[in-house]
Write a protein that binds this ligand. Structure first.
Ligand SMILES: N[C@@H](CCC(=O)N[C@@H](CS)C(=O)NCC(=O)O)C(=O)O
Length: 233
């Protein structure tokens, strides 16, 4: 369940910050507020009501503390999760890990047909993101449009506003990216991704009602700034 009271978010740690204790029994999500991969795990944690069980350790990715790579997680990326004496990474693995190793509502249905489709959609997410990012330097409307059509079609497969009907890890895997692409495409290309895609529009609207998600949304101004620099520079 979503927390009723809005969580006060801790400040991001930069290169000057001291390392929090490691393996002291606290479960920690090393994250960055701007990172869509980390946001997947953050939403999962919030949705399952694990705010008191999984502590957020936000990092400033532009001025990262050396101890993160040296002592915590050598790939030096976020997200990573410190739990039970080890640190593990990769957002798609982490959302499944958090779903199956912690309490709270399950975020994967038991229905085998839905499970199979979940895997298909999860493994498609890198292709989806990659195609949209490369569309920024190509025929944006056509190439990005094809990816949003894919989601629009996927949303028609099961009854209900979410990809498997009910909300699941699959929706949580896509929303951080759709959120950023939607802001950036509108601002930089005047493309409204919901135009002519009623299912996608309803999906985004449903998400915006969920506190577990709302609290994780990225600052749209920062998204535009970072994306413009990274993809149009
Ligand atoms: N495949 C990874 C990707 C994580 C990732 O690329 N995170 C970015 C921030 S959004 C990062 O930490 N980049 C820092 C770097 O690559 O040095 C996952 O799904 O968790």
């Amino acid at each position: 369940m979503a927390a009723l009271v809005e969580e006060i978010l801790p400040p991001s740690l930069d290169a000057t910050a001291e390392q929090p204790p490691l393996f002291d029994g606290t479960t920690r999500l090393y994250t960055a507020y701007i990172c869509p991969y980390a946001q997947r795990v953050w939403i999962t944690r919030n949705y399952k009501g694990l705010q008191d069980k999984i502590k957020l350790v936000p990092l400033n990715l532009f001025n990262r503390p050396d101890w993160y790579k040296e002592k915590v997680y050598s790939p030096n990326k976020v997200p990573s999760l410190e739990h039970n004496g080890k640190v593990i990474g990769e957002s798609l693995d982490l959302i499944k890990y958090v779903d199956s190793n912690f309490e709270g509502p399950s975020l994967l249905p038991n229905d085998p047909a839905k499970r199979e489709y979940a895997e298909e959609l999860l493994s498609y997410s890198d292709t989806f993101n990659g195609a949209i990012i490369s569309s920024f330097k190509g025929d944006t409307a056509k190439e990005a449009g094809a990816q949003f059509d894919y989601l629009e079609n996927a949303l028609q497969k099961f009854d209900g506003p979410f990809l498997l009907g009910e909300i699941s890890l699959v929706d949580i895997a896509y929303i951080p990216f759709v959120e950023r692409f939607s802001v950036f495409l509108l601002e930089a290309f005047k493309i409204d991704i919901t135009e002519g895609r009623p299912k996608l529009a309803a999906w985004i609207e449903e998400f915006n009602k969920i506190d577990a998600y709302k609290q994780t949304k990225a600052d749209p101004k920062l998204v535009v700034e970072v994306y413009t620099k990274r993809f149009l520079g």
